[in-house]
Design a protein around this ligand. Sequence first.
Ligand SMILES: Nc1ncnc2c1ncn2[C@@H]1O[C@H](COP(=O)(O)OP(=O)(O)OP(=O)(O)O)[C@@H](O)[C@H]1O
Length: 893
Amino acid sequence: MASVGATPGRTPQGPGPREASASFPSPAPVPDPREAEEEEEEEPAEIHLCVLWNSGYLGIAYYDTSDSTIYFMPDAPDHESLKLLQRVLDEIDPQSVVTSAKQDENMTRFLGKLASQEHREPKRPEIILLPSVDFGLEISKQRLLSGNYSFIPDSMTATEKILFLSSIIPFDCLLTVRALGGLLKFMGRRRIGVELEDYNVSIPILGFKKFALTHLVSIDQDTYSVLQIFKSEPHPSVYKVASGLKEGLSLFGILNRCRCKWGEKLLRLWFTRPTQDLEELNSRLDVIQFFLLPQNLDMAQMLHRLLGHIKNVPLILKRMKLSHTKVSDWQVLYKTVYSALGLRDACRSLPQSIQLFRDIAQEFSDDLHHIASLIGKVVDFEGSLAENRFTVLPSIDPEIDAKKRRLTGLPSFLTEVARKELENLDPRIPSCSVIYIPLIGFLLCIPRLPSMVDTSDFEIEGLDFMFLSEEKLHYRSARTKELDALLGDLHCDIRDQETLLMYQLQCQVLARAAVLTRVLDLASRLDVLLALASAARDYGYSRPRYSPRLLGVRIQNGRHPLMELCARTFVPNSAECGGYKGRVKVITGPNSSGKSIYLKQVGLITFMALVGSFVPAEEAEIGAVDAIFTRIHSCESISLGLSTFMIDLNQVAKAVNNATERSLVLIDEFGKGTNTVDGLALLAAVIRHWLALGPTCPHIFVATNFLSLIQLQLLPQGPLVQYLVRNQSSSLGAPRPSISQSWELASPSEQGLLEHRDHVPSCFSLSTATDQGTGAGSRMTDNIPLLFSFKTMETCEDGNDLVFFYQVCEGVANASHASHTAAQAGLPEKLIARGKEVRSKQQPPPSGLPSTVPASLRDLDFWAHGISDPYSLLLPNTHSHPCPFLLGPRSQT
Ligand SMILES: Nc1ncnc2c1ncn2[C@@H]1O[C@H](COP(=O)(O)OP(=O)(O)OP(=O)(O)O)[C@@H](O)[C@H]1O
């Protein structure tokens, strides 16, 4: 008989439960909480939006699966073309849009257009029409009040619940309530987020939050793209194919130094919602300014470190609600709560005059302590990670402890059992072990011998063969059956009891979900502001000032935030528009002299100020800006399926139709995509159209290579200069002309005052002095003439070379110096020489509009008139004639 001691290698093994399970395909490796977090962040969020439009008002509600929250916008007025709704759609990009089947024709038209946006990527929203009865007011209220919300403690009575909900949901906003009701109905039908769960599992709703789109500065997607505010690029890592995109060189990219994902999400939200709410903007700037003080640097770094531990709490709460909590969730939640307490303690030591510090100090309540100490006392993190299931620390439940002790003694006991079993086995069998497999029980496990080929060879007398796995044979013996009877449920019992404790802990945490949600809100705000402060410190940004009375912007030595990081030396430039500095700036200059960069930096600095960030300028004063429109070339024409010129026209039409006297309009190289004459005519017509608006003219920066715009004097001439004189004289005591007079010629005597033009830095000015009698003047906030000026980029010719100073100055470029750019681009010298020859034959245009100027240019008023209709910009090309001043001698022949 084989004895244990006499047969080396025949050592019987008595593995504990952990080793037992190792005989089966190994369980998934225990996730490191960090990895788990990263994986989860990439889960695509779904947004489902419900909208109702009635009598000029909009009710909107949407559910975001990423934080299981319902967002609603209190009833808001909207234009018949549903601009506000479009803005919401652009911003949240919902998966589905739900509305009532009974709707008015504006909404039908809007949804029809939405559904036909075939070029939209990745996909257009699914339009879902529900019967109008699903949006009934009473039924919606009932649905809202009877919902099962984890943030409402079970202890609340029905009346308390109603009171609590009415403090969150504006029940007086009827459309919003109906939209919320419709949304709940839709979510219930689709089982959003719980599609694979049992029917009795309710959809997790962790909160209701209001969102408002008032005070918003309107910026369209093209502007975001051409100003490089966001720039998505395909991710180079093959491991990130699921998410696919990463942020390229963009404003968002350089300012996003957020430590937590929710901070990054909030920064993105602020970027998509630049605001005119000065209180909000100043409160953001106050925090940034505080952290920029050298003595607060250590504190900023400490807070930044703590923020790194604030994790995806909504996702954890959602899993708790569905009882899918993972082992790593407890660790993540514990760290998050402890870090939040750290933030609170730190903020209590900071000046309470700053709202954010005060909010964190007060609102991070002792509930956090409670959650942290509960988790810390109950959860056995090490044990949980080792067993990949929730386990509790000793002394939480004496019964569990006793069972665990028995289980701990089990390996040596099983070794003893195995030794006895081995004594009864065939001596050829070198070793054996007794293992425990949950739900199957105890089994005798012996290695497969070379002689055991067929299934019939596995049979051993007195043992019941169960299965073969990894070259090991598993049997049930009389002894293992005894063990089953004696200990079999021990393991399961421990599991069951620990799971029960986990549920209790979950309920305790969920009852305090409100404080966790608040932690996330305030921590992400702090994270964003620390990120903006860090960028401001590194890049030398300064605090902008807001002047609601000022129309336009004033920037002293501004820089392009991205270009200054790429250029060896960046030349700062100032920009002023509005007030005495005029509304329209026409910027000319040779190719590559920095016109586009200048235009973009004006847009970017204004945008940054409206987000509440410090700006790359020595000083910036931002007036009331309600929108930024751009027409600047980008490369997206292929993806949009439109011609470059059509994109040009669409964008300019958008600006022409929507820009107000508070809007900033940046136009670069408009009109280049078509016949030169038509392009030039269109550009001139657009500028004239705006100038004709007088005091309601937007703030416009136009960069153009069309020098003919000036050489052919296609912009308003004489009377405007003379009106400058009238205004000068009015400043000397004479009465100002009224708006109705503004296009009249000044009297000859007044023309003598032309010498005063040196006081204004422009070639032309357009008079729109205040109206004292008609009431039109009340629309103006600054009693000054509108000026219209030419700017150019300073350059200097050094022999054949052209030196760029990238400095904006008053005046007009005299040549495009295209040959210089062509040489730099590597065009053969022969071609460049021919170009110069043709150019030298060209006569300088005479002053005044010559009779040879084609009809299309003379008909500018026709264009300008037609432009008030958006589609008139798409007029067929019926006015094109060759222009002798634009063509070389060959073309003329
Ligand atoms: N302020 C500046 N300081 C330093 N370098 C600058 C500055 N502005 C522009 N540049 C440099 O000049 C290059 C060309 O600038 P930009 O594209 O603005 O020229 P442009 O006048 O618009 O040219 P084009 O008329 O051909 O479109 C930039 O890529 C940058 O390298």
